[in-house]
Design a protein around this ligand. Structure first.
Ligand code: XMP
Length: 526
């Protein structure tokens, strides 16, 4: 990954070298939560030159699935240990540091997974203000290999039952290695230990706040755009809303937003976007109701991937048309986030299987020949939310659940889309979300929605027979949408929602609850 454009303006930054651990992103989260800017770079892209260019105040080596005992073990360049800056190795990171600096690592007879206890045996700057000798502390372990002999200059400062070298340090060179994972919440003192490393040992000031980020981002946008014109597609989602508000703050009327209404948004969403952006923020906003066009192109289609492709292509057509009408632009704004740009280290190899094609509008920048403005590409989702708050966006917008680009179209499986079905689903969805909000559960749940099933079922309403649609409720918890668990609602809550849906939404006479996790399911049904 290239060094981001603005790295020069942030002095206190930490480099995280990724060896492919499932939880590398959590290291970045913890470091940023403590007010320190950091970036994740894959180990095979870290070179003496990239180290000099990035000029970190310290380096964290992540864990990883590899084995130091393998001949082609993933390894950082020697230069990393010769820069005179502090290094913290976590799990595999500890082992590879030991191996590179003259110690040995072996495959352990007893693997250690999950909760374990470390006993602090000697003082270390790494423990400053957190642990002291004699303490016995819970940590989260996940390793097969372990350090067997220490590299010269190192000493053991904590041990565990199956990892005699649970924490090692070379206080003179400020090199530290931990066998456990401080970045996961199951290591209760982990965040404080990481903070001790970045603040105490690396000397970072912790001044990286959202307000500071916003001011820097505004300067960067002005420098990039100059007197040019920017166009931004608004979807009502968190990312595009924050990007639009930020760019408007930077360049005012040089920004035009285009809201392509495909007719598959949630109830009231389009109106809210128009009222917030046009009326409150006074942003130039083109609102195009293209629902007829989308529906006509989708006519008779039930295949999920084809629906996605039709919606993506139609979006591009309409967007392009509207962009031309306003006289074109030099730049296209996009709400790309950090997880989209991290080049993760993959040991799986082979071709990736496409489960769902999420890049609904890929190809737009190339086709329209515009340069990209991506002002939040260094941020995680909740950082984007925090940024939105500093820009004065309403909580209903910044706290909103994720919503897929193709919208309600992928929540009506197995039957052709019609305006009537979309309206029915929109109404059901609004009631369900209203109840979730009323129960105070909205922020605990990652995403919740109703799926309109392609089955009619028999019921009895009053004294009459009914023959109407069944719907499924979905609610999941997740941290990144990659894995998810269904939300364990109280029965009483489900009964209340079921009752309201059947009474208030004409066309629905049966309600079910989806209890599938991801994997093996996905969050959406299509
Ligand atoms: P799945 O269903 O793949 O969803 O478990 C993971 C997250 O992605 C969203 N999603 C989409 N987002 N276009 C999008 O922009 C899509 O085609 C799409 N399909 C799923 C889904 O809502 C969840 O947040």
């Amino acid at each position: 990954m290239s060094v981001t454009q603005h790295a020069d303006t942030i002095r206190d930054r930490i480099l995280i070298v990724d060896f492919g651990s499932q939880v590398t992103q959590l290291i970045a989260r913890r470091v940023r939560e403590s007010g320190v800017y950091c970036e994740i770079h894959p180990f095979n892209k870290v070179t003496p030159e990239s180290l000099t260019a990035f000029a970190p105040a310290g380096v964290i080596l992540s864990g990883g699935p590899g084995s130091v005992t393998a001949t082609d073990a993933p390894s950082p360049p020697d230069a990393l240990f010769e820069m005179g800056i502090p290094v913290l190795g976590i799990c595999y990171g500890q082992q590879i540091m030991m191996a590179r600096l003259g110690g040995t690592v072996v495959s352990a007879d007893k693997r250690e997974f999950g909760r374990a206890f470390v006993t602090v045996t000697a003082p270390s700057d790494l423990f400053d203000g957190v642990w002291k000798p004699g303490d016995r502390e819970p940590v989260w372990m996940s390793h097969g290999d372990r350090v067997e002999t220490l590299a010269p200059g190192f000493q053991v400062v904590a041990t565990s039952e199956n990892a005699p070298f649970a924490v090692v340090s070379d206080e003179r060179r400020r090199f530290y290695g931990v066998q456990f994972h401080p970045e996961v919440v199951h290591t209760p003192d982990g965040a404080r230990l990481l903070r001790g490393f970045t603040h105490g040992i690396c000397g970072c000031s912790g001044s990286w706040t959202m307000a500071a980020f916003r001011d820097e981002a505004i300067e960067r946008i002005r420098a990039q755009v100059g007197k040019g014109r920017v166009i931004c597609g608004l979807s009502g989602g968190v990312d595009s809303s924050v990007v639009a508000a930020l760019i408007h703050e930077a360049i005012g009327d040089q920004l035009t937003c285009v809201l392509v209404d495909h007719g598959m948004m949630r109830l009231g969403e389009v109106d809210e976007v128009v009222s917030v952006f046009r009326d409150r923020f006074n942003i130039k906003l083109v609102h195009r109701d293209a629902s007829d066009l989308f529906l006509s192109r989708l006519e008779g289609e039930t295949d999920p991937e084809k629906k996605r492709k039709i919606i993506g292509a139609t979006f591009i057509d309409v967007f392009e048309e509207e962009a031309k009408k306003v006289g074109g632009a030099d730049f296209l704004a996009q709400g790309t986030l950090y997880p989209d740009v991290i080049e993760s280290v993959s040991f799986a190899g082979g071709n990736q299987v496409t489960i769902k094609s999420h890049h609904n509008v890929g190809g737009l920048p190339e086709r329209m020949n515009m340069a990209l403005v991506e002002p939040v590409r260094d941020l995680f989702k909740d950082e984007v939310r925090a940024l939105g708050r500093t820009l004065g966006l309403p909580e209903t917008m910044v706290g909103r659940h994720p919503f897929p680009g193709p919208g309600l179209a992928i929540r009506i499986p197995g039957q052709p889309l019609t305006r009537e079905l979309l309206d029915l689903l929109r109404k059901a969805d609004a009631i369900y979300l209203e109840e979730i909000r009323a129960a105070g559960l909205y922020d605990t749940i990652w995403q919740a929605f109703v799926v309109l099933l392609p089955v009619r079922t028999v019921g009895v309403m009053g004294d009459a027979r009914s023959y109407e649609y069944a719907v499924a409720l979905r609610a999941v918890t997740s941290t990144d949408g990659m894995t998810a668990d269904y939300y364990p609602f109280e029965h009483e809550f489900l009964a209340r929602v079921s009752n309201r849906l059947i009474n208030e939404v004409r066309g629905v006479n049966r309600v079910t609850y989806d209890i599938t996790s991801k994997p093996p399911g996905t969050i959406e049904w299509e």
